[in-house]
Design a binder for this molecule. Structure first.
Ligand code: ACM
Ligand code: ZN
Length: 744
C-alpha cells in the first residue's frame, strides 16, 4: 500500500485543483489550467499596437485594482495584445500561460479584457500578486448596460460621480443616465437662462422621514447645488475614458417645478411657486404653448454640444394633465392641431422635441408614458412601469431600454431586516435583479431585436449621502451587469459565491460602502402544531449566532449554519424580541414576534389574494406586522372590492378583541376599507362596522367578548379610487398584515 501511494505521488507530483472564475460579470468561457504567474507591483506590456487613448485607459484600470504600474516593454513583455477579427461585437479573450495574451476585437473589448484580467489577480498568503493560468473567452449580450442616477432629489459632488463611474466601469457598464432636472432641483448650468440654477437649483426645506408619514415634518435648510457646463464636460470626458456614455435627462413636460420656480411664465398658470421640498407628483408642469416649447428647445441646444451621446432623454413620465385641461393656450393648441385629448397633446409636445433632436443629429428617448397619445416616430422608449411599455414600443418597431420597477429600481429595499436604511418602499433583492431578463417572453424574436438592453434606476428621495447611494447600488448593480452581459447565465448561487469571495473584498478595498444584506442570517417561518417555527440560516457555514430572547430572557445560543426555534402561541398577547448577532461579522438581524392566540393558526382565503402580493396565508398570523414603508413581501394584497377570510383558532376560546392591520398608502393606490363584518361560523352570529366609524386608522379593533373557534371576516373597499387621487377610477389595493387577538 505504502509503495502504491509513493508511486502515485511520483506519477502525480501535484494534484491540479481547478481554480474558480473570479471575473464578474461571468465570462462566456473560463477554463482553469495548472500553474500560475507571480507578479510584482508592475506589469510589463507591449503597448506598440495600442492607441494612446487605450494605453491611458489601461493604466487607470491597473491603478484602480491593485495599484499596478504598467510598463511599456517590447522586449519579452509579460502581456501582449492581438487583434481579433470576425468575432461577436466587443469580443475578447485572455490566455494566461507563462505569458498573458489579450486578444480583442475593438478598443472597448480591449478595455473590458483588461478589467477581467485585473479581476483574475489574487493576493496569496504572503501578499504576492498571482494570476492562475487560465483561458477566458468573452463578449456581451446587450449593448445598453446602464445605471441611472437622480441628482435632483439629492445632489452628488463631482468626485462622487467619478467614484461611481469607476465602479460602473469595473463591471463593464456602458451607459450613465444622468437625471439632471426634477421638481426639487435643476442641476445643470444653462447660460441663456441663468435663473434655472440661481433659483431652480436651491430649495428651502426637505421633507423628513418617509413622505407618507403623518404629520409631515420638514428640515428647514437651504439645500441644492448644480454643475457648471465645464464640470459637465469633465464628467463626460471621465466617463468616456472608461467607455461609458453619459445620457443626460432633461425632464419635460412634468417634474418641472424647479424650472418653473425660476421661470413661472412657462407654466400654464404663470403663478410663482417655490422649489418644493416634498417628493411626489405635482400638477404644475410645462405648458404646451409655443413659448414653453421654444424655451425647452433653447435648453436642449445647450445640452446637445455637451453630450456626445446619440440619445437625449426628455423624461415624459408622470405628467398630470390637470393644468392642461384648464389652460386656454393648451386647449387652443389641441383645437388647432385636432388633438382629441391631453394625451395626444403630450404626444404633440414630445413630437416637437423629437423633430428638434433629429434635426440636430440626436435621438429622443423617454419614459414609457410617451407611448400615451401616440409614440413619436423616432423615439426610443425606456420602460419603467413594468415590461408592457417596452413590449408595445418594440411591436411598433421602436428601440427599447428595459428598466422595470420589479427588477431595476434600486431605491427599493434589498434586505428584509429593520436595519435597512429608510427607502421608498418595494422589495428588490439581489436574486431578483440577477433574474432580470430585458427581453420579455411575450416578445417575438424580431421584437426582441429592438431591446437595446437594460438599466437600473437610482432615485434619491431617500438617498441623502454618497455612502448610502453606493449601499443601494452595490452589489445589485453587479447582478444587473451579470443579467445584461451574460449570454448564458450561471446559477445565482455561483454568482453569489464569486461576489462574496472575490468582489466584496475588492469593493471594501476601494472604500466603497456596499450592502452585505445577503450575508445576514435569513429568517423563514413555518407553521408548527402550537405556533410557528422560525428558521435562521446563514450563508457562510462557519458563522455562529447569538440569540437573545427579549430583554429579560437572555438565552444565548451559539450555532452553525442553521437553527430552528419553535414559538408556541400564548393565550394573551405579548411581544418577544429576538436578536441574532453574527459573532464573526457583527451583522445583526432583529425579529419582533407579537405572540397571541392567532399565532400560526389556520387561515382560509375565501377571496384569493393577488399573485403579486401573496407570500402565503401564514403571513397574516406569523406574529409580525408588515413594516412601513411597505416592502412588497410582507403584506397580503387584494385587488377586489370584497375580501373574505376565515380563521380557525383550532380550539374554542374566549376572545376579547380582534385586531386587523391594514396599510394606507394612497400614492401607491393602497386604500383602507370602508366596512368590516365579523361572523362566528358556528353560531352564524356577528356584527359589522361601517363608514360612520373611524376608518382613518390602519389598525381596526373588533370587540368580540365571546367564546369562538372559527370565524369569518368580510372586508369591503371602494371599487374605484375617487377622482383627483393617484390611480383615479381603478380598483384600489387592499393590503393586510396582520390578524391578531388581544386578551386582557
Ligand atoms: C419614474 O420612475 N417616474 C420614471
Ligand atoms: Zn397650458
Amino acid at each position: 500500500m505504502k509503495v502504491l501511494v509513493t508511486l502515485l505521488l511520483l506519477l502525480f507530483p501535484m494534484v491540479f485543483v481547478a481554480q474558480q472564475n473570479t471575473i464578474l460579470p461571468h465570462p462566456v468561457v473560463f477554463k482553469s489550467m495548472p500553474g500560475y504567474i507571480e507578479l510584482d507591483r508592475s506589469l510589463s506590456m507591449d503597448f506598440s499596437s495600442l492607441s494612446s487613448t487605450i494605453i491611458q485607459q489601461l493604466k487607470t484600470t491597473g491603478a484602480y485594482y491593485h495599484n499596478l504600474q504598467l510598463i511599456d516593454r517590447t522586449n519579452k513583455p509579460l502581456v501582449i495584445f492581438k487583434k481579433l477579427v470576425n468575432v461577436p461585437l466587443d469580443s475578447y479573450s485572455i490566455n494566461v500561460n507563462k505569458q498573458i495574451i489579450i486578444s480583442y476585437s475593438s478598443p472597448k473589448a480591449c478595455y473590458f479584457a483588461f478589467h477581467s484580467l485585473m479581476q483574475l489577480i489574487k493576493s496569496d498568503d504572503k501578499g504576492h500578486l498571482i494570476i492562475n493560468n487560465c483561458f477566458v473567452d468573452d463578449y456581451p449580450k446587450y449593448q445598453w448596460r446602464g445605471m441611472h442616477l437622480d441628482v435632483a432629489r439629492h445632489f452628488f459632488q463631482l468626485d462622487e460621480i467619478k467614484q461611481f463611474l469607476d465602479v460602473m466601469a469595473a463591471y463593464k457598464f456602458t451607459t450613465f443616465h444622468w437625471h439632471l432636472t426634477d421638481d426639487q432641483g435643476w442641476r445643470i448650468e444653462i447660460k441663456k437662462y441663468p435663473k434655472l440654477t440661481e433659483i431652480g437649483a436651491w430649495r428651502d426645506s426637505t421633507v423628513e422621514n418617509h413622505y407618507t408619514t403623518s404629520p409631515r415634518t420638514y428640515k428647514v435648510e437651504r439645500y441644492g447645488g448644480f454643475y457648471t457646463q465645464e464640470q459637465i464636460k469633465e464628467i463626460v470626458q471621465y466617463a468616456a475614458q472608461r467607455n461609458i456614455t453619459v445620457v443626460p435627462e432633461i425632464e419635460m413636460p412634468g417634474h418641472a417645478r424647479a424650472a418653473l420656480a425660476a421661470y413661472p411664465n412657462y407654466s400654464c398658470t404663470g403663478i410663482q411657486q417655490e422649489v418644493p421640498g416634498l417628493w411626489g407628483i405635482f400638477d404644475d408642469i410645462f405648458c404646451s404653448k409655443e413659448e414653453s416649447i421654444l424655451f425647452l428647445q433653447d435648453i436642449l441646444s445647450e445640452i446637445i454640444p455637451l453630450f456626445p451621446s446619440k440619445y437625449i432623454h426628455i423624461g415624459g413620465d408622470e405628467a398630470p394633465k390637470t393644468r392642461w385641461k384648464e389652460c386656454n393656450q393648451c386647449q387652443a393648441i389641441m383645437k388647432e392641431n385636432k388633438l382629441k385629448d391631453e394625451h395626444e397633446l403630450q404626444s404633440y409636445f414630445i413630437q416637437r422635441m423629437d423633430k428638434f433632436l433629429v434635426e440636430k443629429g440626436k435621438k429622443l428617448i423617454g419614459w414609457d408614458e410617451i407611448l400615451e397619445g401616440g409614440l413619436s416616430p423616432n423615439a426610443a422608449v425606456m420602460s419603467w412601469r413594468g415590461f408592457e411599455g417596452g413590449i408595445e414600443a418594440a411591436k411598433l418597431g421602436h428601440e427599447v431600454v428595459m428598466s422595470p420597477g420589479s427588477h431595476c429600481y434600486f431605491d427599493h429595499y434589498q434586505g428584509k431586516g429593520n436595519e435597512e436604511p429608510l427607502a421608498i418602499g418595494g422589495y428588490t433583492n439581489l436574486e431578483k435583479v440577477f433574474d432580470f431578463n430585458p427581453v420579455s417572453p411575450k416578445m417575438s424574436r424580431e421584437e426582441a431585436n429592438y431591446v437595446l438592453g437594460g438599466q437600473a434606476n437610482l432615485w434619491t428621495e431617500y438617498i441623502p449621502s454618497f455612502n448610502q447611494l453606493t449601499y443601494m447600488a452595490f452589489p445589485r448593480a453587479i447582478a444587473l451587469s451579470e443579467a445584461l452581459w451574460c449570454t448564458e447565465k450561471t446559477t445565482y448561487d455561483a454568482f453569489e459565491k464569486t461576489l462574496i469571495d472575490s468582489h466584496f473584498p475588492l469593493l471594501k478595498n476601494k472604500g466603497i460602502n456596499f450592502s452585505s444584506s445577503i450575508l445576514k442570517p435569513s429568517i423563514t417561518f413555518k407553521r408548527a402544531v402550537n405556533g410557528i417555527n422560525v428558521k435562521l440560516s446563514s450563508k457562510s457555514k462557519e458563522e455562529r449566532f447569538t440569540l437573545k430572547e427579549g430583554s429579560d430572557h437572555e438565552t444565548e445560543v451559539n450555532f452553525t449554519g442553521s437553527k430552528e426555534i419553535e414559538i408556541n402561541r400564548t393565550n394573551n398577547s405579548n411581544q418577544v424580541q429576538y436578536e441574532f448577532v453574527s459573532l464573526e461579522t457583527g451583522l445583526q438581524s432583529k425579529l419582533k414576534i407579537n405572540n397571541n392566540p392567532c399565532l400560526g393558526v389556520i387561515v382560509n382565503y375565501v377571496t384569493k389574494p393577488s399573485d403579486r402580493y401573496n407570500s402565503g396565508d401564514l403571513t397574516l398570523v406569523d406574529g409580525q406586522f408588515g413594516a412601513r414603508p411597505w416592502k412588497g413581501h410582507e403584506w397580503i394584497g387584494f385587488d377586489t372590492s370584497v375580501v373574505i377570510i376565515e380563521i380557525d383558532l383550532l380550539k374554542k376560546q374566549k376572545i376579547d378583541s380582534l385586531q386587523i392591520s391594514f396599510l394606507k398608502d394612497e400614492n401607491s393606490w393602497i386604500h383602507l376599507p370602508y366596512a368590516i363584518e365579523y361572523k362566528n361560523l358556528k353560531t352564524n352570529l356577528g356584527f359589522g362596522m361601517a363608514q360612520s366609524e373611524n376608518f382613518e386608522n390602519e389598525k381596526q379593533v373588533l370587540f368580540i367578548g365571546k367564546k369562538v373557534q372559527k370565524f369569518r371576516i368580510t372586508i369591503k373597499t371602494l371599487d374605484k379610487i375617487p377622482l383627483r387621487m393617484p390611480g383615479e377610477g381603478t380598483q384600489p389595493w387592499l393590503f393586510i398584515d396582520e390578524i391578531s387577538i388581544k386578551n386582557k
